[in-house]
Design a protein around this ligand. Sequence first.
Ligand SMILES: NC(=O)c1ccc[n+]([C@@H]2O[C@H](COP(=O)([O-])OP(=O)(O)OC[C@H]3O[C@@H](n4cnc5c(N)ncnc54)[C@H](O)[C@@H]3O)[C@@H](O)[C@H]2O)c1
Ligand SMILES: N[C@@H](CCO)C(=O)O
Ligand code: NA
Length: 437
Amino acid sequence: MQSVKIGILGLGTVGSGTVNVLTRNSREISRRAGRDIEIYRAADRDLDKPKGCDTSAINLTDDAFDIINDPEIQIVVELIGGTGVAKELVIKAIENGKHVVTANKALIAIHGNELFELAQEKGVTISFEAAVAGGIPIIKAMREGLAGNRIEWLAGIINGTGNFILTEMREKGRDFADVLAEAQALGYAEADPTFDIEGIDAAHKLTIMASIAFGIPLQFDKCYTEGISRIAQEDVLNANELGYRIKHLGIAKKTTAGVELRVHPTLIPQRRLLANVNGVMNAVVVKGDAVGPTLYYGAGAGSEATASAVVADIVDIVRALTTDPENRVPHLAFQPDALKDTPILPMSEVVTSYYLRIHTLDKPGVLADITRILSNEGINIEAILQKQPEEHEGMVPIIMLTQAVVEKNMDQAIAQIEALDTVPDSIMRIRMESLGG
Ligand SMILES: NC(=O)c1ccc[n+]([C@@H]2O[C@H](COP(=O)([O-])OP(=O)(O)OC[C@H]3O[C@@H](n4cnc5c(N)ncnc54)[C@H](O)[C@@H]3O)[C@@H](O)[C@H]2O)c1
Ligand SMILES: N[C@@H](CCO)C(=O)O
Ligand code: NA
């Protein structure tokens, strides 16, 4: 049988990994797919830059549209990134009747609704396993493996760069900027690394997972997003002392009032598996009503780990080339006309417990003022840790763990505490999750 011809757009970290995996494992892959897969063409706008793969047998171009317009190519693999030219290329590819594989979470989270509709209309598939948690087959697991469940919640470490930074800070006391530079050199970070640090990349991935879990349209703009750049070494140490770890989590939860969709640093008990996921590794816990909690773990970024997911998507498409489009697995797990518009809850309505770090002046009565304000807002204190002033330029850091409270009450309490003369700095708050049941 004739080989299936694919065209790759972008030969950077993931593009070159994809060439390497497809080439090295070509025999195994053909046995699985039932057809040979041929890298017919590849495009990179910067062909002079050395590539991380052998391109001698590939017909190269610096114009990605050459590939989109090539009638021989059945599958386009978009590994350029971003929502500019990548969107234009994907739309043109679909219009030209080509299937698309992409690792681009920004594109799917922001434009997925319209792209899937177009793909549906044209009878082609957009596959995006590499877009969420890199090499971990989380999309496949949720979309197919958990299809019998009502998914209740999911929580995950879904940014490799951020987890690498937090791990190095905790284990080696390393400086934030220094670790970020290393993550960039290793090819983990986004083109704009603020996407990693400020939680935007994790929010893209969480948006995609929440749609697949709950059967709702993609709503990236409603995702609450907070990064890790404000976390200080003292918070990492305090958490440790209290039996917790700080992890940058994406959390999606179905409640009776709506769906919680939030990315933020989170204190989780040290004994939880997620607390022990370190470095560039990612992990996602998905709780289904029938199966209970399930855990998916693996490399969340990196050249060949991500390529593993890209190639799996290519194999899936090749296997399904002759099937009727109506019989393919729906892009977002639920049939397009069965998606529900369950509301996304504003952050002010989310209920969690908190870690608070309050720097106070060393004066009598400060603690009493703080506890009075918290109590007036209905906030119960679970634990208090008071540090010595000497190490903190005369300030007394007070660390508190609270019981669960609705976020708007905590907002009000924090505003009142910050207004006290004895509290000159802004308060650090980190939400807590038990991740039990
Ligand atoms: N790096 C990872 O670990 C990883 C993991 C999962 C997903 N992703 C996603 O994969 C995509 C690619 O990421 P990457 O890390 O490989 O990026 P990269 O910067 O290493 O590679 C992008 C490549 O695209 C080329 N390019 C840019 N504009 C182009 C254009 N108009 N036409 C042709 N080529 C063009 C660049 O020259 C570069 O070689 C992004 O969407 C990213 O979010 C990356
Ligand atoms: N920049 C992303 C790449 C994988 O999506 C990360 O660090 O997780
Ligand atoms: Na994945």
